[in-house]
Write a protein that binds this ligand. Sequence first.
Ligand code: ATP
Ligand code: MG
Length: 374
Amino acid sequence: MNMAPGAFVAERPRAPTRKAEARGDLPRADLVRIEAVSKVFPAGRGGSEVRALDGIDLSARRGSATAIIGRSGAGKSTLIRLINGLEKPTAGHVHVDGVDVAQLGERELRDIRRSIGMIFQHFNLLSSRTVFGNVALPLEIAGISRHEINARVGPLLDLVGLADKRDRYPSELSGGQKQRVGIARALATRPKLLLSDEATSALDPETTQSVLSLLRKINRELDLTILLITHEMEVVKQIADQVAVIDSGRIVERGGVFEIFSAPVHETTKALLSGLPGFRLPAVLATHLKHDPSAGSRAIVRVTFAGQGGQGRIFSKIAEVAGSDHEVIAGALDEIGGKPFGSFLVSVASPKAGQTVDKLAAGGLDAEVLGHVS
Ligand SMILES: Nc1ncnc2c1ncn2[C@@H]1O[C@H](COP(=O)(O)OP(=O)(O)OP(=O)(O)O)[C@@H](O)[C@H]1O
Ligand SMILES: [Mg+2]
């Protein structure tokens, strides 16, 4: 079956960015606009061609933080490489700040890349240069004077919390410190856009937290637009306001992070989110879950709670609706972009499942039968 590009897209209304929301601003113009972009890699030796991207439409407003998620090989890195002009699209247009990147020559590309910072999973620092030297490098390449470089690098090292490491070499730094150098280097040319390809994937959870706080600070204080690829849903939840889900080179779902994470529609999104607390089905249940009920079986119902206050009352509400027979099996109350969100797995006798779902819905809770266990 061959469907038109974008046919699977589950489009949501765009949530305003947190900052814009706070200020009550009108939406601002898009810094990145990707229109009908496809990328086909020619066949290699003995292989066939690869359609890495297929009819992608995506935009990112100034000052927003957009996450691109998808399985391995979905086309995420290819999309990022098209934005900074490392690859050219086979079809379609990639606009950054109103400029069609694919139309630029090498020289103009070099200029526009100065307005696009990039951070990577493996930091890509030069081991022969100190922290200062690594951050100064893009400025040296841009032909900026030594005096100006000195004036710029100091404050950047302050910003990323590495002022005391300026004369250290990468081998003397922790992973989190290396990524901070990577971030300072990416910011050196004062870019409008920061691209991040799995920048926290090599870091432990605690270090990831500190790098995320730094990225949030930059996003807010420097009003930098961030586009990030990650396979860590926690990262998306904490930093992004928009999310796009890519599957086999197509965007299958996109919208505000809260809207998508609290009620994913596409199977790929559901699969990607399945590791988050409250989404995760306990292993023993997952292996015994059947599509159809059987004699004496119990239905597993996912109840989600999104947005409004009153999360403390969710248990009493479930109890009120599902009756004394229900059991809460797993669940979590969480926050996405500052809004309360909860997801709970509840079991009820299979024959009562339909009625329970209807009643929960009438009570303002989303509920869905995942299957049945005997
Ligand atoms: N230069 C290239 N030549 C040929 N095929 C390529 C090239 N770059 C990427 N591909 C193919 O394009 C598809 C998308 O690759 P891409 O690197 O964008 O995926 P990804 O979503 O970033 O995956 P991962 O999460 O594993 O990093 C893959 O099938 C990949 O093999
Ligand atoms: Mg990749």
